[in-house]
Design a protein around this ligand. Structure first.
Ligand code: NZQ
Ligand code: ZN
Length: 391
């Protein structure tokens, strides 16, 4: 096991009706004037926004609304948000929604105190030294942004989708009411489930040895997510299953599954090129296609951990080569994704063979020509082979 520091200080307030505590919590964390960041209107239609605002009013906290954040959020809204916060003297950022609203909120939070262009952080040209406090009211279990120090934004000019990690962006508190997830369309619920599973896989596939405890945490979590997901598919109003899924999404990505080990994240980076090129594609949909393709490549080239997944998570018998065992596990994962009605290929998402050149080029532009120290060294040949399997 590698040395590590684990510090994940978000306060999670979980359960029925907890959104009514938003005002009190904002007060506790020193807010005077809040920017409420939200998406395309689901929180208006569900009445959540009104309840959050009521709670803020009761706590004597001023607020300004900032809506219209699109899925796969873009830089132009971040610039707009930064300007608004400066003009209105806002001191606290409160996204009400999913990963897209939360990631935009985080970008605004680091952009406000910075004199330069906030995009410098995402390009790695500058380091985050200050941020306004962020707290979330979560409406979709998926990205895990409610408990992570990460934000992913697409720069419209060039359609580059890049991630930034900084402890200063980790939410002070996150309000999580599983009832709020019952208005999710089936496909969004499913994309979220794939995404949280992918966050665990990215940490599970490692070459770090002697990480049995985190392996088992990851395996248990994946098994539980799949069981609970089937219940949600059968009955979207199942509160208990929704609650289990919601909490899984958080612990999948708050760092717990990644302690003491090198993490991979190559599948996420490959997916970000997909939903970066076409922002109509949900992140989870892209992952449902790329992860099995990545695993299929690894089954042939570096199967040991994929075979372990097959045996321990999908009960594949320990018979035959690691490659054979791994492939059986991948087939079972694909069966599960089919229950969720996920796309199976890049072609199904509208990509053609000539797009692979662009995906490979952008992937290596954004991540380096040769990426070592991950589960399998990524060169343009490897990346191409995986995208081709996905096609
Ligand atoms: O925009 P509204 O109208 O709110 O509708 C949203 C949106 O269309 C809808 N929705 C959310 N909650 C709902 C609801 N509809 C009905 N009822 C509800 N309760 O769902 C759609 C998707 O929302 P979005 O916020 O985009 O979803 P998600 O949480 O999956 O976020 C995806 C983004 O997060 C990034 C992804 O790349 C993508 O851009 N990621 C962020 C990470 C992080 N910050 O740590 C890590 C992830 O790996 C991921 O890359
Ligand atoms: Zn993800």
């Amino acid at each position: 096991m590698n040395n590590f520091t684990f510090f994940s200080p978000t306060k999670f307030v979980f359960g029925k009706g907890v959104e009514n505590k938003t005002g009190d919590l904002c007060k506790q964390f020193g807010a005077n004037k809040v920017l409420i960041v939200y998406g395309g209107g689901s929180v208006v239609r569900s009445g959540l926004l009104a309840r959050v605002e009521e709670s803020l009013k009761t706590a004597n906290i001023e607020y300004v609304e900032f809506g219209g954040i699109q899925p796969n959020p873009i830089d132009t809204k971040v610039y707009e948000g930064i300007e608004l916060v400066r003009k209105e003297n806002i001191d606290f950022i409160l996204p009400v929604g999913g990963g897209s609203a939360i990631d935009t909120a985080k970008a605004i939070a680091v952009g406000v105190p910075y004199e330069g262009d906030f995009w410098d952080f995402y390009l790695g040209k500058a380091k985050v030294k200050a941020a306004l406090p962020v707290a979330t009211v979560l409406t979709i279990p998926a990205a895990g942004s409610e408990g992570s120090g990460d934000s992913v934004i697409t720069k419209v000019d060039g359609m580059n989708k890049l991630g930034l990690g900084s402890e200063l962006m980790r939410p002070k508190f996150s309000i999580m009411n599983p009832e709020l997830t019952m208005t999710l369309p089936a496909n969004q619920t499913a994309y979220g489930i794939v995404d949280m599973m992918a966050h665990i896989f990215e940490r599970y596939f490692t070459n770090t040895k002697n990480v049995e405890v985190t392996d088992r945490v990851a395996e248990g979590l994946l098994i539980a997510i799949m069981n609970e997901a089937k219940k949600v598919v059968a009955n979207p109003q199942d509160y208990e299953a929704r609650a289990n899924i919601m909490w899984s999404g958080t612990i999948a990505h708050n760092g717990l599954c990644g302690v003491g080990r090198a993490e991979d994240w190559m599948t996420h980076c490959m997916e970000h090129e997909v939903s970066g090129l076409n922002d109509k594609i949900a992140h989870g949909a892209g992952l449902a296609v790329i992860f099995p393709a990545w695993m299929t490549f690894m089954a042939k080239n570096h199967p040991y951990k994929v075979a372990q997944m097959a045996e321990r998570i999908f009960n594949v018998e320990h018979v035959g080569s690691d490659e054979e065992i791994a492939l059986k596990g991948i087939a079972k994962l694909r069966e599960f994704f089919a229950i969720l009605n996920m796309p199976k290929s890049l072609s199904e998402l509208g990509f053609v063979k000539s797009d692979i050149d662009t995906l490979v080029r952008k992937f290596h532009q954004n991540n380096g020509e040769k990426i070592e120290g991950v589960y399998y060294t990524m060169t343009p040949e490897v990346t191409r082979a995986i995208y081709e399997i996905a096609l």
